[in-house]
Design a binder for this molecule. Structure first.
Ligand code: GMT
Length: 376
């Protein structure tokens, strides 16, 4: 198939899933056309059957807000025509779904161009349900030729919030189990923990929903019982406050703020425990990536996380904001090697059994075929 993919090409779960999906589809012989405003971050250059089409959003003094949505729609229609795209697959509803709908209408005189919208989370739970975007988000979901959600939780939420009646197929997120692997030698860990401290890791876009301050408090608690060092990977609005808190609690020497990183599969395997104290996660891709690398997640009992992490078997789920409980779980994992070994093995096993790319990508291929056949 010739598939057009649009996503936010920056650091964020939806862009990462879209990029990895495109690479997996290309590896399976499809022609994949990324139509985005910059090169997606995890997209390495020179991959066969991957094409990149930049969306240029021109500015003009009259525009206080340059119309990205329109520039994207034009580019989608152009690429669809020149490269005979079979379908458009957009990740994150706002505004990609509406752009795809416009591109579809621009192509209508020539041929059918179906589009699929994949919902990722904040496009529904935060942005889409905001009063200014609610009607257009509902409209774009209803007008999509196919809609997928990355977890059953998100499917349910979408139906509750938007009262839409079209079918939403759940196709969970996935991980490349060859790339994301445990490293028993934990190569590189001593660069951060020269005295053999165990490493904790947090990865996110440092937005309020991630509760990054909890990570700093957890490290502070844990260090009262056992040596540990925390890697904070990523960047975003709450990074400054987190660094400030680290100074206040006098743990700044025990934390490395690594900023944005492209190859997290090289960093994750150094760690013992992943901290993910989020207020909400529709899936929690990083928990899955951690489990694939043998890193045990200590996270919160919200959204789609209980579908990814099995409490007490391959990770721990605690209440949002319950720092003492999360810290106690981390301490138990760092001080009980048998417990850590058992949960780390279970995490790798469950990630590989349930969420490896080779199990999930065919679900997308089948869905594309159904949409093309008009059977949904
Ligand atoms: O978590 C974020 O703030 C980024 C956001 C995104 O859309 O890029 O992540 C969402 O999509 C990810 C990939 O499907 C999911 O793993 C995250 O759980 C989801 N985030 C939330 O629901 C808060």
């Amino acid at each position: 198939m010739n598939i057009g993919i649009t996503c936010y090409p920056t650091y964020g779960g939806s862009g990462i899933v879209a990029t990895e999906l495109g690479m997996e589809l290309a590896a399976r012989g499809h022609q994949v056309h990324f139509i985005t405003y910059s090169n997606p971050i995890r997209l390495d250059p020179g991959i066969p059957r991957i094409h990149y089409h930049e969306v240029e959003v021109s500015t003009y003094p009259l525009f206080q807000y340059p119309p990205y949505c329109l520039a994207l729609a034009s580019r989608m229609a152009e690429v669809a025509e020149s490269y005979e795209l079979d379908l458009l697959h957009v990740h994150y509803a706002v505004p990609h779904s509406i752009s795809a709908m416009l591109a579809q209408q621009m192509m209508a005189a020539k041929r059918r161009l179906p589009f699929i919208t994949t919902l990722h989370g904040t496009d529904i739970t935060l942005v889409g349900s905001d009063a200014s975007y609610f009607p257009i988000t509902k409209f774009s979901i209803e007008r999509s030729d196919g809609v997928t959600a990355i977890s059953e939780y998100l499917r349910r939420r979408t139906v509750e919030v938007f009262d839409v009646s079209n079918e939403i197929r759940v196709i969970p997120n996935f991980v490349n189990c060859e790339l994301y692997q445990p490293d028993n030698a934990r190569k590189g860990a001593s660069d951060y923990a020269p005295n053999g401290e165990k490493l904790l890791i947090h990865l996110s876009n440092f937005r309020p929903v991630k509760r990054v301050a909890d990570c700093i408090h957890i490290l502070h608690e844990v260090r009262k019982n056992t040596p540990a060092h925390l890697l904070m990977v990523g960047d975003g609005p709450d990074r400054g406050a987190a660094e400030h808190l680290a100074h206040q609690l006098k743990v700044e020497r025990h934390i490395t703020f690594m900023g944005k990183q492209n190859h997290v599969e090289r960093i994750l395997p150094m760690a013992h425990v992943l901290l993910l104290p989020s207020e909400n996660e529709s899936f929690g891709l990083v928990a899955l990536e951690g489990m694939a690398c043998g890193v045990v997640p200590v996270t919160t009992r919200v959204g789609g996380l209980p579908g990814v992490v099995t409490d007490g078997e391959d990770g721990f789920l605690e209440a949002v904001g319950d720092v003492p409980a999360q810290a106690a779980r981390v301490t138990s994992l760092l001080t009980d090697d048998n417990l850590h070994y058992r949960m780390s093995k279970a995490g790798r096993w469950n990630a590989a059994e349930r969420y490896c790319s080779d199990k999930i990508i065919p679900m997308y291929e089948r869905y594309y075929a159904d949409v093309l056949a008009g059977s949904r």
